[in-house]
Design a binder for this molecule. Structure first.
Ligand SMILES: [Zn+2]
Length: 102
């Protein structure tokens, strides 16, 4: 796992955001929510971004990718791959978590 930094959201300066690299402009889910509301027309991309809302809440990288897509309607191969990988990891972690609880 990469090093995780806890930083204050640059907009509200109130909530903490976990980021995997230092970034002056990380936003918390509360503040970024508005940017993630746009409509996705491409059905394939719609499916691609159809992941549990809590993943977006927990991960600023996933939020950034979605916000980027909504702004430019375009993602690079690398962004798509990284997004998928992150989602997979989070799914795995979630599975493990629920197993540990039992
Ligand atoms: Zn904020």
């Amino acid at each position: 796992m990469p090093v995780q930094y806890k930083q204050k959201c640059f907009r509200c300066k109130k909530n903490y955001v976990t980021a995997s690299y230092r970034n002056k402009y990380v936003m918390c889910h509360e503040c970024q929510k508005g940017e993630l509301q746009g409509e996705i027309k491409d059905p394939e991309m719609k499916k691609f971004f159809d992941i549990p809302e809590e993943f977006y809440e927990k991960n600023s990288f996933l939020r950034d990718i979605k916000a980027n897509y909504l702004r430019y309607e375009n993602l690079s191969e690398r962004q798509i791959e990284a997004f998928k990988e992150t989602v997979e990891k989070m799914k795995e972690a979630k599975k493990k978590e629920s197993k540990d609880k039992k």
